[in-house]
Design a protein around this ligand. Structure first.
Ligand SMILES: *Cc1c(COP(=O)(O)O)cnc(C)c1O
Length: 421
C-alpha cells in the first residue's frame, strides 16, 4: 500500500463522496495548520444548511404560524423516521420514529420487549457496552426482579458469537447489544445475532448509536426486532439531538411501551379518559417532541440518505484502513498498537489506538489542532466521518501524532484526566 501523502490526495480525487465535504461548516480551511476533526463519532459537524432550516422553523413556523404550525410538527417524528428507515437503516416506512433520547428509547423498548416475553426472567447485555445501556438494563432488571447476564467481550475485537450463544436459553427475554462497540469500533453482524437469538425465543434490542450513518444496519433484511440510536454522531443532528427508535412492523401491535404519554395514544386530541395505544410505530411516542432540534436532525438525516449508506460504509472502511496502515508503519516503534479489528468488515468507522500515555497523547493532539478522544483505559479513538473527512486529513492527523511521539511532547501533559472528552 502506497502510504505517501500524494497517494492520500489521489484517494480524495477519486472519492465519489468528496462533494459532501463542502456541505459542512468549517471545512473550507485547507492550510497546513487547519483543524483536523476526528470526533465525528461523538458529535458530528454542523451541516451548512442547518442554521437556515432551524431559523425557518423558529421565524416562520413558530414566529408567524404559532400554534397553527402544529399540523406539520406532529408529522415530524415519522417523516424523519421514514428518511432514516429508507436511507440509513434499511427499514420500511412506518418502522422508525424520532424523539426522546437514546437512553429513554432504550428503556421504552427494553420494557416493551420484556413484557412481550412473559415468564422469562433474564436480560442479556454486553459487559463492555456503553454505560447508559448497561445501567438501563440493570435498572429494568432490578425493578422487575429479573437477572442480568453480562457477556464478556474482547476490548479490541468485540463480542464472540460463541460466547453470546452460550448465554442464550429459554430464560432470556431480551438481549441488548451495540452494533458497533463504542471503544474499539468492533462490529457485530445484526443478521447473525438475530438468527441466533430467535432460536432461543429472545428478542434483540440493538443500539445503533455508533453505526448509524457509518455502516448499514439492513434491519429488514436481518429480520431485526428492535433498535435505537443517536442522531448527533455520524448523522450530524447537533448536540442533544433526539434519537430514533425502530420496531419491526410485525411486532408493533404486540408491544406496549411503559411511558403512557398522550403522543402515543390513539386519537390524541380526543383527550380520552384512559390510555389506548395508537396503531403502528406512533404508540412508541411519549410527549411533545423537541420541534426545533428535530429540524436539525432532518437536515443531517437527509444528507446521509443522499450520500447512501453503502457508499458511506465503503469510504469509512477505506479511511480506517489508512489509519491502521499508518499506525503500523509509523507508530508501532513508539509503543502504539491497533486496538480495533483489522478486518474492515468487522469494524465501524472509528479506530482505537492503545498507548500507555493515551490520555496525554489526546491532550497534546488537541493542542496541535487534531481532535480525537480518549477512552478508558488507554485508548486514543480516531473517528473519521465518511461524509466530510478526507484521506489527506487522516494522513495529516497521523503525521501530527507521529511528531508528538517522536518529540515526546505529550510527556509534558499531566497524567490526571482533567478535561471532558
Ligand atoms: C452515544 C451513545 C449513547 C448516548 O445516549 P444518550 O441518551 O443520547 O445520552 C447511548 N448508547 C450508545 C451505545 C452510544 O454510543
Amino acid at each position: 500500500m502506497d502510504l505517501s501523502r500524494a497517494a492520500a490526495l489521489a484517494l480524495d480525487d477519486a472519492d465519489p463522496l468528496a462533494g459532501f465535504r463542502s456541505r459542512f461548516t468549517g471545512t473550507d480551511d485547507d492550510g497546513p495548520d487547519r483543524l483536523l476533526y476526528l470526533d465525528g463519532n461523538s458529535l458530528g459537524r454542523l451541516p451548512v444548511a442547518t442554521p437556515a432550516a432551524v431559523a425557518r422553523v423558529v421565524e416562520e413556523e413558530w414566529g408567524r404560524g404559532l400554534v397553527g404550525s402544529w399540523g406539520g410538527w406532529v408529522e415530524q417524528s415519522r417523516r424523519i423516521g421514514d428518511v432514516l428507515a429508507d436511507g440509513v437503516l434499511g427499514a420500511r416506512p412506518g418502522e422508525v420514529l424520532v424523539g426522546d433520547t437514546t437512553s429513554v428509547d432504550l428503556y421504552k423498548l427494553l420494557v416493551a420487549g420484556a413484557d412481550a416475553r412473559p415468564g422469562r426472567d433474564v436480560l442479556v447485555c454486553c459487559a463492555d457496552d456503553f454505560p447508559t445501556d448497561r445501567y438501563i438494563v440493570a435498572g429494568v432488571a432490578q425493578a422487575r426482579g429479573m437477572t442480568v447476564r453480562e457477556v464478556e467481550a474482547h476490548l479490541d475485537t468485540g463480542l464472540d458469537l460463541a460466547v453470546l450463544a452460550a448465554a442464550l436459553d429459554e430464560r432470556v427475554a431480551v438481549v441488548v447489544l451495540s452494533q458497533v462497540a463504542y471503544r474499539s469500533g468492533a462490529l457485530v453482524d445484526i443478521a447473525e445475532v438475530t438468527a441466533l437469538a430467535r432460536e432461543s425465543g429472545a428478542l434483540v434490542l440493538w443500539d445503533l448509536s455508533h453505526g448509524a450513518g457509518a455502516v448499514p444496519a439492513r434491519l429488514t433484511a436481518a429480520g431485526a426486532d428492535l433498535a435505537v440510536g443517536c442522531t448527533y454522531k455520524y448523522l450530524n443532528g447537533g448536540p442533544g439531538a433526539p434519537a430514533f427508535l425502530y420496531v419491526r412492523r410485525e411486532l408493533q401491535e404486540q408491544l406496549r411501551q411503559p411511558i403512557w404519554g398522550w403522543f402515543g395514544a390513539r386519537d390524541q386530541f380526543a383527550m380520552g379518559a384512559a390510555y389506548d395505544p395508537a396503531e403502528g410505530v406512533d404508540r412508541f411516542a411519549v410527549g411533545t417532541p423537541p420541534v426545533l432540534a428535530m429540524a436539525a436532525v432532518e437536515v443531517g438525516a437527509r444528507l446521509s440518505a443522499e450520500a447512501g449508506i453503502e457508499r458511506l460504509a465503503a469510504k469509512g472502511q477505506a479511511l480506517t484502513e489508512l489509519v491502521i496502515a499508518l499506525a503500523d508503519r509509523w507508530l508501532a516503534g513508539s509503543g502504539v498498537t491497533v486496538a480495533s479489528p483489522r478486518a474492515a468488515a468487522r469494524r465501524g468507522s472509528h479506530v482505537s489506538l492503545a498507548h500507555p500515555q493515551a490520555w496525554q497523547l489526546t491532550q497534546a493532539l488537541i493542542d496541535r489542532g487534531v481532535v480525537p478522544d480518549f477512552r478508558t483505559p488507554d485508548r486514543l479513538r480516531l473517528g473519521p466521518a465518511p461524509l466530510y473527512t478526507r484521506f489527506v486529513d487522516v494522513w495529516d492527523a497521523m503525521d501530527r501524532l507521529r511528531t508528538v511521539l517522536t518529540e515526546r511532547s505529550h510527556e509534558a501533559y499531566p497524567t490526571e484526566r482533567t478535561r471532558v472528552t
